[in-house]
Design a protein around this ligand. Structure first.
Ligand code: NAP
Length: 283
C-alpha cells in the first residue's frame, strides 16, 4: 500500500517558515510582503481559491489586497488596475485568478504584470527563464509538486517521469522542472496514442488532466510515485482528483491524496514566491 505524500502537512511547514522569514523582513527592514489578487466574475471555485489565498496571506503576516470585478469588466479596466499595482511599492506579488471570462485575453493581462511581481510565474519572462534553467518566479502548482517530492526525499534523477496534461499552468512548467532535476520526461495529452502504454512505464506519474479518476490501477507501474494534480468539483461541492485513488494506492509506492495533496502546496508556493519578491526588493 502506498505511503501518502501529505501535502497539507508539508504546506504547513513551508507556510510556517515563510511566516518566520516575513517577520524577520518586517522587523529588520520594515517591509511587509504584499500580494494582490484580481478576480473577475463569479466562478464559485475561483472565489473559494481567492478566499483561501487571502486567508493564507493573513496567517503568514502578509498584506493582501483582493480586487473583485464583475464578469463584464473590460481589458482596459484590468490593465489600469495591474498598472497601478505594478507601481505600488506595498505590493510585491500580483496574480490574476484564472480562468477569466471569455472576452478577456489572459496573455495580454499576464504580460502586463511586472515580471518581478509575477508570483504565479506565468509571464513569458519567467517561463523563458525557466526554459533557460535560471528560474526567477516559477508557477506555483508545479513548484509545489517538486517541493513535495524533495521533502519526501524522492530522487528524480534518471527516473522516467510521465505527465498527463500539457497546460501552460501545470504540465509544461512541470516538465521543465523535472528535466532540470534530470528526470527523463514524457508529456501526454488528448492526442497521445495508447496512453496507458506510456503511463505504465512511469517511475513518477503526474496526472494533471482535469478528468476525474482517469488514471486507473492498470495504467500504473508497481512501485510508481503518483502525483494527482487534478481538482475536479462534483455537484455536491466535493473535490476529486484525476487518479482512481484506492486502486492506484494498492500499486504505487507514494501517492498524493485529493484533497490534501498538491492543492495546499500551491498556496504555500504562492506565499514563498511573494516573500521572495519582497526579499529581492529589499536587496
Ligand atoms: P487544462 O488547461 O484543461 O489542461 C488539461 C490538459 O490535460 C490538456 O493538456 C489536455 O490535453 C490533457 N487531458 C485532458 N484529458 C485528457 C485525457 N483523457 N487524456 C490525456 N490527456 C488529457 O487544465 P490545467 O489547468 O492544467 O489543470 C489540470 C487539472 O489540475 C484540473 O483538474 C485543475 O483543476 C487542476 N489544478 C489543480 C491545481 C492545484 O492547486 N492542485 C492547480 C491548477 C490546476 P490537450 O492539450 O490535448 O487538450
Amino acid at each position: 500500500m502506498a505511503l501518502i505524500l501529505d501535502g497539507k502537512k508539508i504546506a504547513g511547514e513551508v507556510r510556517r517558515a515563510v511566516a518566520e522569514e516575513a517577520l524577520t523582513l518586517k522587523d529588520g527592514r520594515g517591509i511587509t510582503p504584499g500580494l494582490a489578487v484580481i478576480l473577475v466574475g463569479d466562478n464559485p471555485a475561483s472565489q473559494i481559491y481567492v478566499r483561501g489565498k487571502e486567508s493564507a496571506c493573513a496567517k503568514a503576516g502578509f498584506l493582501s489586497r483582493a480586487f473583485s470585478l464583475s464578469a463584464a469588466a473590460t481589458e482596459s479596466e484590468l490593465l489600469a488596475i495591474i498598472g497601478g499595482l505594478n507601481r505600488d511599492p506595498a505590493i510585491h506579488g500580483i496574480l490574476v485568478q484564472l480562468p477569466l471570462p471569455r472576452h478577456l485575453r489572459p496573455d495580454i493581462l499576464i504580460e502586463a504584470i511586472d515580471p518581478a511581481k509575477d508570483v504565479d510565474g506565468l509571464h513569458p519572462f519567467n517561463t523563458g527563464r525557466l526554459f533557460t534553467g535560471n528560474p526567477y518566479h516559477t508557477a506555483c502548482t508545479p513548484s509545489g509538486v517538486i517541493e513535495l517530492l524533495d521533502r519526501y526525499g524522492i530522487d528524480m534523477a534518471g527516473k522516467d517521469a510521465v505527465i498527463v496534461g500539457r497546460s501552460n499552468l501545470v504540465g509544461k512548467p512541470l516538465a521543465l522542472m523535472l528535466l532540470a532535476r534530470n528526470a527523463t520526461v514524457t508529456m501526454c495529452h488528448t492526442k497521445t496514442h495508447n496512453l496507458s502504454a506510456v503511463t505504465v512505464r512511469a517511475d513518477i506519474l503526474v496526472a494533471a488532466a482535469g478528468s476525474p479518476g482517469m488514471v486507473t490501477g492498470a495504467m500504473v507501474k508497481e512501485g510508481a510515485v503518483v502525483i494527482d494534480v487534478g481538482m475536479n468539483r462534483r455537484d455536491d461541492g466535493s473535490v476529486v482528483g484525476d487518479v482512481a485513488f484506492s486502486e492506484v494506492a494498492r500499486k504505487a509506492s507514494y501517492i498524493t491524496p485529493v484533497p490534501g495533496g498538491v492543492g495546499p502546496m500551491t498556496i504555500a508556493m504562492l506565499l514563498r514566491n511573494t516573500l521572495n519578491a519582497a526579499q529581492r526588493i529589499a536587496g
